[in-house]
Design a protein around this ligand. Sequence first.
Ligand code: GUN
Length: 294
Amino acid sequence: MYTLIDGKKTSAEIREEIRREVAEIRRQGGKAPHLAAILVGHDGASETYVAAKEKACREVGFDSTVIRLEEDVTQEELLDHVRHINEDPAVDGLIVQLPLPAHLDEQQVIETIRPEKDVDGFHPVNVGRMTIGLPAFISATPAGILELLRRYKVETGGKHCVVIGRSNIVGKPVSILLSRKEEPGNCTVTLCHSRTHDLTAFTRQADIIIAALGKARFLTGEMVKEGVTVIDVGITRVRSDKTRSGWKLYGDVDFETVAPKSRFITPVPGGVGPMTIVSLLRNTLLSAQKVIYP
Ligand code: GUN
């Protein structure tokens, strides 16, 4: 019988912990942590994410600011906003919602954010510090995955972890984090991707699988061994005539066939997804408390 890793419940618990910490800071006369977001244009998914972040900030007692810029903003104007917030002592964390319109240089924008305020953990300084085990802002999804493993006491030391997908925001950082000499961590990590030959040969050996490739129901029961722990990072909308909305969300894992062979497994939705925003809140609190960069 498997244990369902409930990201919805865990994220609610963490939000409550953060809310209490903020209340205590305020009680002692300190200021509320402040997260600023820059949103360029009117991409539907980005609007939804930013609205969810604002709501989460309100719920835990953070201040939040959203700077909305027109679709045709120039690179220099956008960088000026970033530089302005970099210098604003009232703001602890800054995120620029991605993706940006095609005419803007995303990497230059990320590298303009001061690492001390880069609560998304996308700046190369934070990625580099994370890689060599220095205190760093760790990006939201990998941090959320680690927190789930920690809270569900999933044993990771000495285990073989197979990561499927090598993206900069999930696969690559999570493979580095799980190989670190820390708990959770100390895994032997294999990073698999679209060019991997005989992927099943790897997944069938895995004690832990992180599926982050973005293909609905890709990982099936015959690809895993008994007792595996499965973290499903995928989220794909598939047309369905069985739901009122006409859409159904699927992870990268075929839950029906994989769950019966699992020790721990995350559902989609309600697994990794809800953890990402609380990781961002946690990073903003750490920034306000000057924990990462004293
Ligand atoms: N777009 C999708 N996810 C994210 C995220 O975590 N941070 C930012 N800045 N943009 C995103």
